[in-house]
Each structure stands twice: as C-alpha cells, then as structure tokens.
Design a protein around this ligand. Structure first.
Ligand code: ZN
Length: 168
C-alpha cells in the first residue's frame, strides 16, 4: 500500500495472542521487508489491519536480528529528542528529517506470544515509533508542514499515475 491510499489511515486492531497463522504472517512480512529493502514494516502496509510490526535495524550484511512486535505499546518516551532522515515503504522515494523522542520503552508480545519489554534508543527507537504510528494510521509526513506534506502527496499521486500508465 502506498500513500495516498485510505487503508494507510485506518487504525489497526489488537491481536488476542500469537498463533501459527500470525507467525506465518510475520515471516512473510519479514521477507517482504528484506526484499524491499527496509528496516521496518507494519502489517497495515501490506493491507492487514492488525497491530503487528517487524523490524531489523542490524547494519552488517549477513547478520540478521529480526524483531517481531505484536500489540506494541510505547510506555515511556524521553524528553530528549533525536532527528533522523526517515523514509517509508509506503512513501516510495520520499525522505524527510523527523524529530522524535530519542529513547522509548515498548511493551509487546514476541514471536512466541511472550510478554516483553524493550528499551530502545537511536535508530531502533525512531524505527519503533515510526512503525507504531502506522498502526494508528499515522505517516511520517504528518509531522511536516502542510505545504511540504501536500507537495509529497502530489508527487506520489503522479508516480502512481505513471506506474499505472506503464502497466496498462
Ligand atoms: Zn513506514
């Protein structure tokens, strides 16, 4: 799903637990994310309106360390902020510097349905916040000025049209 698509603005439903069906979905999501390539993917980005996120911010090639977050919830955000240039698989080719809390603590169910807590900082903290935003229908362009946001949406609409032209 790419912006503008109304699905991306929906709020995702929590899951009751983790079963094999969900584990299959998470594995599919991880594959899609690695292929893209991206460092995070929320289920809503592939049209599944559930509160599931996969993340892998490991930088070294061949060293994968996937993180599966089911029903993730941020329970702490630092006052201190950090700024990263963010991109998004749902906003192809678009990047912008976004300021967010530098550290956060997230509660979630892991791949096996175990309740976990994670203290995140740096890129991981930003990535977790970006992905949890997706679950609430929020995109990083929502943090930009109205003008910048509408310029990006205009560009994406044009991109979509030209892609359709080629396909047809
Ligand atoms: Zn995104």
């Amino acid at each position: 799903m790419t912006e503008p698509d109304p699905i991306l603005r929906k709020k995702c439903e929590p899951l009751e637990g983790v079963n094999d069906h969900l584990r299959n979905l998470m594995n599919d999501m991880l594959e899609t994310m690695y292929e893209a390539p991206g460092i995070g993917l929320a289920a809503i980005q592939i049209g599944v309106l559930k509160r599931v996120v996969v993340i892998d911010v490991s930088k070294k090639e061949g060293e994968k360390s996937p993180l599966f977050l089911v029903n993730p919830e941020i329970v702490y955000k630092s006052n201190e902020t950090s700024t990263y240039e963010e991109g998004c698989l749902s906003l192809p080719g678009q990047f912008a510097e976004i300021e967010r809390p530098a550290e956060c603590k997230v509660e979630y169910l892991d791949f096996n349905g175990k309740k976990k807590q994670l203290d995140a900082k740096g890129l991981l903290s930003t990535c977790i916040q970006h992905e949890i935003d997706h679950l609430n229908g929020v995109l990083f362009i929502d943090y930009l000025s109205k003008l910048k946001k509408s310029m990006i949406i205009k560009k994406l609409k044009k991109q979509k049209q030209s892609v359709e032209r080629i396909v047809v």
